[in-house]
Design a protein around this ligand. Structure first.
Ligand code: MLT
Length: 268
C-alpha cells in the first residue's frame, strides 16, 4: 500500500501530511517535539483497513512554523481545517499521544460531532502546576538560545523506558533525530501553548465518545496513576497498560499497542 506525503493548505500555512489506505478515517496526532514519523508502525498496520491521516503539526516536522504561542485550540482548529481540506466528512477516530491528547480534548470541545472515537496514549487531562509552567518556560529559553540539540538527550529518559533504551538503540536514535530536526521556534511556540492549556478533568464526565486509554507501565511523564483514574471519569472508556513501555508506548511496543487499538476499533 502506498503512502502519499504532500503539503496541504491549512489555516494559512502549508501542512505536511501523510495519507494512506482507505476506509474509515483514522487521524494520528503526534506528541512533542516530534512529527508524524512517530506513528510509522501504526500507519503501516492500519492503512489496510482505514484511511490513515498523520500530519506534522504547526511548527513541527515539515509543516510551516508560526512564531509566538501555538495554543492547543489552534492545533485542534488546524486538525479540523485539515479534515475539511481533505474532504473527510465521516466522523474520525482521533488518536493522540501526550500533546496530541491535549489537542484531542480541545477537538472534542469544539468539534465533537466530528468524532467517532478517541484513542489517547500517554496523556493527561489536567493542566500544569506552577512548577511545570516554569519548567516549560525554562525549556523555551534554552531551546531558543541553544537549539534543539540542547534538549534532545536529556528528554530520552522521560520518553522511553530503561528497557527500551537498552533493547532498541534505534528507537533512541530515531527520537533524537526527530527532536533535533525540529525548528527551535516551533518547539518554543507549542511549549508556550502547553503551558497555558486548559484543565479538562472536570469535563471528562461529559465526553460520551468511546475512548481507549493506553499508557506505558513505565511512563514517567503521564504514569498509570494519572491515566487509570481517567477511565472511570470518562463516560465510555477502556484502559490498557503496556508492560515495560515508557511514554512512547506506540513506538516501544507497536504490536501490543496496535492489537489493543484494533480490538477497541472492532468493538466501536
Ligand atoms: C509529549 O510527549 O507530547 C509531551 O510530554 C507533552 C508535555 O510536555 O506535556
Amino acid at each position: 500500500m502506498s503512502i502519499q506525503l504532500f503539503d496541504q493548505s491549512v489555516n494559512g500555512i502549508k501542512m505536511r501530511v501523510s495519507v494512506s489506505g482507505s476506509g474509515p478515517p483514522l487521524l494520528f496526532v503526534h506528541g512533542f517535539p516530534l512529527n508524524h514519523h512517530m506513528w510509522k508502525a501504526q500507519i503501516d498496520w492500519f492503512q489496510n483497513h482505514f484511511t490513515v491521516i498523520a500530519p506534522d503539526l504547526r511548527g513541527f516536522g515539515d509543516t510551516e512554523i508560526t512564531q509566538g504561542t501555538i495554543s492547543m485550540k489552534q492545533h485542534a482548529d488546524d486538525m479540523n481545517a485539515l479534515l475539511d481540506s481533505l474532504k473527510i466528512e465521516e466522523p474520525v477516530i482521533f488518536c493522540g499521544l501526550s500533546m496530541g491528547g491535549y489537542i484531542a480534548w480541545e477537538f472534542w470541545n469544539h468539534f465533537a460531532l466530528r468524532l467517532h472515537a478517541l484513542i489517547l496514549c500517554d496523556t493527561r487531562s489536567g493542566s500544569d502546576s506552577e512548577e511545570g509552567i516554569n519548567n516549560r518556560l525554562k525549556m523555551v529559553n534554552l531551546v531558543l538560545n541553544h537549539g534543539p540539540k540542547s534538549i534532545s538527550s536529556s528528554m530520552i529518559p522521560n520518553l522511553i523506558s530503561e528497557a527500551s533504551q537498552r533493547d532498541y538503540p534505534d528507537l533512541t536514535k530515531g527520537l533524537m533525530d526527530m527532536i533535533e530536526s525540529t525548528d527551535r521556534e516551533g518547539i518554543a511556540a507549542s511549549q508556550r501553548g502547553m503551558a497555558e492549556r486548559k484543565d479538562f478533568t472536570e469535563r471528562l464526565i461529559d465526553i460520551r465518545t468511546p475512548t481507549l486509554l493506553i499508557v506505558g507501565s513505565e511512563d514517567r511523564l503521564t504514569p498509570p496513576q494519572v491515566m487509570k483514574p481517567m477511565s472511570s471519569q470518562l463516560a465510555d472508556a477502556e484502559y490498557c497498560e503496556v508492560p515495560g513501555a515508557g511514554h512512547m508506548s506506540p513506538m516501544e511496543a507497536p504490536i501490543f499497542v496496535n492489537e489493543a487499538m484494533e480490538a477497541f476499533l472492532a468493538s466501536c
